[in-house]
Design a protein around this ligand. Sequence first.
Ligand code: AMP
Length: 234
Amino acid sequence: MVTCGGSRTSLSLRFAYHSDHFRSTMSDSIVLFGPPGAGKGTQASRISSLTGKPQVSTGDMLRAAVASGSELGSEAKGYMEAGLLVPDEVIIGLISERLQEPDAVSGLLLDGYPRTIAQAEALAEVEGVSAVISIEVPDEAVVERIVGRRMDPETGMIYHIRFNPPPTEISARVVQRKDDTEDTVRNRLSAYYEQTAPLADWYEQRGVLVRIDGNRSIEEVGSAIEVVIASLGD
Ligand code: AMP
């Protein structure tokens, strides 16, 4: 009986705590949400300079860990190459540490995190979220965008073999991400629908989800996002 009463109290405290974390302040984080290939990374640097919030991509952090051969990297590598999500306990720890860094004090611009309800719950325990910008793109456009995506390893610039071809002088050195093949993209899309897409409703219920049509030019999507960012200051 005592235990039951105790847990009810802590549940309501938890709720109060959570709702505080969905009341928008300028120091809260912003989440970029959407399927792989939606353009989250492309839009992130612009939003980061608009808001001053450092861009944090869990995909980039994991790729750096794989390249460095760290323990985290060897744990994540197999999941990433198969197009599966890395387990929550690995990724939650990574972001919790990142949030302790001094530059996280005004919030982060999160690209690719959270991707499960468990990750969103863990984030809500430690950080406020003022907006979740959902960039929406149909599946076939996602596949076409990702399979044609190439990166210049020297500058980090992203190109597309059809929509934004690399200049001739660098076309010989561009590389394709290991998980950007058609089979892996289909797995990444399945993981998105099964584990990540339900988060849109979760955030919608908390009043912070904003949907943007991502099936437009980079500039048009960018302008739509700017309107959202400007409204956060109101
Ligand atoms: P991205 O660069 O965001 O497309 O991420 C590349 C891969 O990293 C994903 O397919 C996952 O295997 C892994 N990954 C990135 N972010 C997360 C996350 N928040 N949760 C689980 N796995 C992730």
